[in-house]
Design a protein around this ligand. Structure first.
Ligand code: NAP
Length: 312
């Protein structure tokens, strides 16, 4: 089968479409025939070597690329219950230390990293859910705010930010969304009560004009760090999303970094929300597997709305 691999870190041109052996599912594992694989920022920093430099993965002879998958179960290993060949699923590969990612025609995942695909969604739409839906959910869990609390979401029009706005509103949180002026309508439709344009010179002051005293918590999907921390009240909570983007925990603010973890049952709940139309699955474009390098060029150029998806 064909899979995209990296043999030496670098620009998008190092993404190599290789012929590899079809992986076999072991005990507790499921093989998925990939219909769609989301293209995420983590894939670009895996490919470029930034993750290896940051100590988040050991350099390897061959590195697989891609975390998000939607497709059809095509084989199950011993001991797997709840999944059978032919079933439409979504899943998350959350390990960097393996030879194959989801940019492939088939991928083997642990059964507990899978969930039924959202009913009514295309495979491309479904592939936008696992990584960023789970990150949003796990970030909000880290904030641990009761209903009625206020939360700032930066990068609110992005993949993590958009799901965070929707899931926060579903939890009864009151959301201030920071995004580009052209995205106000979008983030309000996702559930934001207040809008803060990213062009403001002082994020903390602008947020505090809407929420006097500061928000109870923040999810910083735009990596603003200390610029967003100033919007949070003393003894509030702040969740960073990337290595090196967590600010110092000033004023008694609880600062945590979310690190995505595969979670099949939680993904199944997200999938049901998406099927009900309560989570919005946004696809910027679909490209064939052999266009992975083009997809990375477009990802790194920025300003995408919705996810690029590879469709082997
Ligand atoms: N730790 C984890 O477990 C985990 C999991 C998933 C993702 N992540 C990380 O989370 C981050 C967001 O991922 P994503 O997929 O949501 O990316 P994305 O879809 O590109 O969204 C990021 C958003 O932030 C906006 N933005 C960029 N700079 C900004 C600024 N200075 N002020 C306000 N908004 C700004 C971007 O707008 P433009 O497109 O217009 O620039 C975009 O809308 C990435 O760093 C990713 O690696 C971490």
């Amino acid at each position: 089968m064909r899979a995209v691999v990296v043999r030496g870190f670098g620009g998008p041109e190092v993404l190599e479409l290789a012929e590899v052996e079809v992986p076999r599912p072991g005990r507790g594992q499921v093989r998925v025939a990939v219909a769609a694989a989301g293209v995420n920022p983590v894939d670009a920093v895996t490919r470029s070597g930034v993750l290896a430099q940051a100590g988040l993965m050991a350099p390897r002879a061959v590195t697989g690329v891609g975390w998000d998958v939607a497709g059809t179960v095509d084989a199950v290993g011993p001991g797997v219950e709840g999944f059978a060949p032919g079933q439409r699923v979504v899943g998350l590969r959350d390990r960097l230390d393996v030879d194959l990612g989801t940019y492939a025609e088939q991928v083997v995942l642990d059964a507990d990293a899978l969930a039924p695909a959202p009913a009514g969604a295309t495979f491309a739409q479904a592939a936008t859910l696992p990584l960023n839906g789970l990150t949003a959910l796990q970030a909000l869990d880290l904030l641990a705010l009761p209903a009625g609390s206020t939360v700032l979401v930066t990068g609110a029009a992005g993949a993590v930010g958009g799901f965070t706005v929707e899931l926060a509103a579903l939890r009864g949180l009151r959301v201030a969304a920071l995004a580009g002026p052209e995205d106000e309508e979008l983030v309000r439709a996702l559930g934001a009560e207040w809008f803060v344009p990213r062009t403001v010179p002082d994020v903390a002051r602008a947020v505090r004009e809407s929420v006097p005293g500061g928000v109870d918590g923040a999810v910083d999907a735009a990596l603003l760090g200390v610029r967003a921390l100033g919007a949070v009240r003393g003894r509030g909570a702040f969740v960073a999303v990337a290595a090196g983007s967590a600010p110092t925990a000033l004023r008694g603010i609880r600062v945590a970094n979310v690190w995505i973890t595969a979670d099949g049952p939680a993904l199944a709940r997200l999938s049901a929300l998406a099927a009900d139309g309560r989570l919005t699955l946004r696809v910027a474009d679909t490209l064939p597997l052999e266009k992975a390098a083009d997809a990375h060029h477009r990802l790194e150029a920025g300003h995408l709305r919705g996810r690029l998806v590879l469709t082997p």
